[in-house]
Design a protein. Structure first.
Ligand code: HEM
Length: 535
């Protein structure tokens, strides 16, 4: 083909018979211009995998095969702190860059004094929410939002996002957690009871923490669990969400596929599972809201608080409420379920950590006369430094989100790690990569070692500044207090109630990073440590 084109070009003398070659020459010129533009691209000096320079398929491939989180770590090890991961996309590993990209405002000395390493973490996070900056979310997020007017997670217009988030932020605030705590208690009690019926035979803890986290969202949002723990079954909700997350993970890198599918869907139907987020999941949320309205409730659950906001601000309409409820379900269950599982896994895998944690739990239980099966209060958990350190460490070693959180560089461009990056480039960091930074987290950053959060307070300050599991800046996870609340309660309660062992001490987790990182194979045996108290 190339030789034919060459000989055609050489033989071309302007005759009419050479007309077909004019087209080829045109194509060649366009190709050459594209090549020159590509070769002159200032991003070319940033190293990266060959295919990633030319097409988005490197990203789509690893996003769809579920290995993005590990691949990003490996790629940064190979190429350095800035990696070209797409024709217009750069991945950043340096924790110092989080401030530039995500605009989180971190007061210079938010060092939580040890041993007050406790719920103050929430205050620390409050301090991290800056007014944001002008790095808007990348087009990867557009497929999450679709054409919906309200989607806190997917919204790419920072001004709209700010106004929307302001309407609901109080409901997710630390001070509001006290109102939600009793509803979490009832879910933890059911969890303990269900697990007690399954002791001695290995159980899939990753599935059970997911059922639990889902039911908590039901309980705190509508005052009604979905009943997943009771039935031990998720009614197909998990696969609907998983397929949607899995699809969004790769389609986001080629958003035109999504928009083309959407436009053609009246004719060809929808062939992308991500659309379930804008269809089936919203319908699921709308049904749960309708049922809760009919049932009524005395509880000050999240829904009743949404209704109160609506009375004052009618622009927070029914569609917005449905979208927020769907976000709670979509963003709040798998993330927290996986975080609880990973913590329990790391603790079971590291006998020294497990001993320290269980000793702390037992000592506190004895001092406060907490019975087996009784749910630990948030206040009690806050006063347990080793538990808090385990939570930070588990979230560091196993961030629930496995993707880069892409942001678009504003027109003025930006300098990161001494490299100029032009406006319009997508830059992003992945918590899995950032948390491996040895300068920040220590030479043993690849190990689970909770003690690192209880040592040198200056180092702890740096680590907290580089902690990225909840994202950062104006887009910091709005549900982090809920996730933290659940972990704070369920972990000590379970470890006080059961002896938890890995049937296979050499177990390595099988993970899939389909937007959230999902665990497949965390099996444990549970042995009751005494008689359960009646809660
Ligand atoms: C341990 C548990 C959790 C983890 C690790 C986690 C992680 C994250 C991360 C990394 C982001 C930022 C995404 C981005 O910038 O693209 C985020 C955003 C978000 N999360 Fe969470 N999340 C957790 C629990 C929850 C819970 C329990 C809820 C709701 C009940 C929730 C709701 C949301 C929402 C609505 C957003 C979008 C916020 C915005 O853009 O303003 N998350 N989460």
């Amino acid at each position: 083909m190339a030789s034919k084109l060459l000989s055609a070009l050489l033989n071309y003398q302007g005759q009419d018979s050479a007309h077909p070659y004019t087209l080829l020459i045109g194509i060649g010129v366009i190709f050459a211009i594209a090549l020159i533009v590509r070769l002159r691209n200032p991003l070319n000096s940033i190293p990266g995998p060959f295919w990633a320079r030319w097409t988005p398929f490197w990203l789509t491939y690893y996003a769809s095969n579920g290995n993005m989180h590990r691949k990003m770590i490996e790629t940064h090890k190979r190429y350095g702190s800035l990696v070209r991961t797409g024709p217009n996309e750069i991945s950043v590993s340096n924790p110092q860059a989080l401030k530039v990209i995500y605009g989180q405002q971190i007061p210079p000395v938010v060092v939580i004094p040890v041993p007050t390493l406790n719920w103050d973490c929430a205050k620390f996070f409050e301090a991290r929410i800056g007014a944001g900056n002008n790095f808007r979310k990348s087009d990867w997020y557009s497929v999450w939002q679709g054409v919906r007017k309200w989607d806190l997670f997917g919204e790419r217009n920072e001004e709209i996002h700010r106004a929307q988030r302001k309407l609901v932020s109080q409901i997710y605030s630390l001070s509001n957690m006290k109102k939600l705590e009793p509803y979490v208690n009832s879910a933890v009690s059911v969890f303990v009871e269900k697990l007690a019926t399954q002791s001695h035979a290995p159980i899939h803890m990753n599935k059970w923490t997911q059922l639990f986290a889902f039911d908590v969202i039901g309980e705190i949002t509508f005052s009604k669990r979905f009943g997943f723990m009771e039935s031990g079954n998720d009614d197909g909700a998990f696969s609907m969400i998983e397929n949607s997350l899995r699809s969004a993970a790769w389609v986001g890198y080629v958003p035109w596929v999504y928009w083309t599918n959407l436009r053609l869907s009246p004719i060809i139907g929808s062939h992308l599972a991500v659309t379930a987020r804008q269809g089936r999941l919203l319908a699921f949320a709308a049904k749960a809201i309708a049922e809760r309205k009919e049932r009524g409730s005395e509880h000050e659950d999240i829904l009743s608080q949404f209704f109160s906001v609506q009375q004052e601000k009618p622009e927070f309409n029914d569609m917005s409420i449905t979208s927020m409820v769907a976000s709670n379900i979509f963003a709040g269950s798998d993330s927290t379920g996986a975080s609880i599982s990973s913590l329990l896994f790391y603790v079971c895998k590291n006998p020294d950590s497990k001993k320290q944690l269980v000793d702390e739990i037992d000592a506190v239980a004895k001092a406060q006369n907490i019975q087996r099966g009784e749910v630990f209060s948030l206040e009690t958990a806050n006063g347990m430094p080793y538990l808090q350190a385990c939570m930070w460490e588990a979230l560091r070693c196993f961030p629930a989100v496995g993707m880069n959180l892409g942001r678009v560089v504003p027109p003025s461009g930006v300098e990161i790690d001494g490299q100029y990056i032009p406006g319009g480039t997508v830059v992003g960091a992945n918590a899995w990569v950032v948390h491996q930074d040895k300068k920040t987290f220590g030479e043993d950053a690849d190990k689970f070692r909770p003690e690192r959060w209880m040592e040198d307070s200056e180092r702890v300050g740096d680590m907290k500044r580089g902690f990225f599991s909840f994202g950062g800046g104006s887009r910091l996870c709005i549900g982090r207090n809920i996730g933290w609340l659940e972990m704070s309660k369920v972990v000590p309660t379970l470890l006080h109630t059961f002896d938890m062992e890995l049937p296979d001490p050499d177990l390595e987790l099988i993970e899939h990073a389909w937007s959230f990182v999902k665990i497949e194979n965390f099996r444990v045996t549970l042995k009751p440590r005494g008689k359960l108290a009646a809660n």
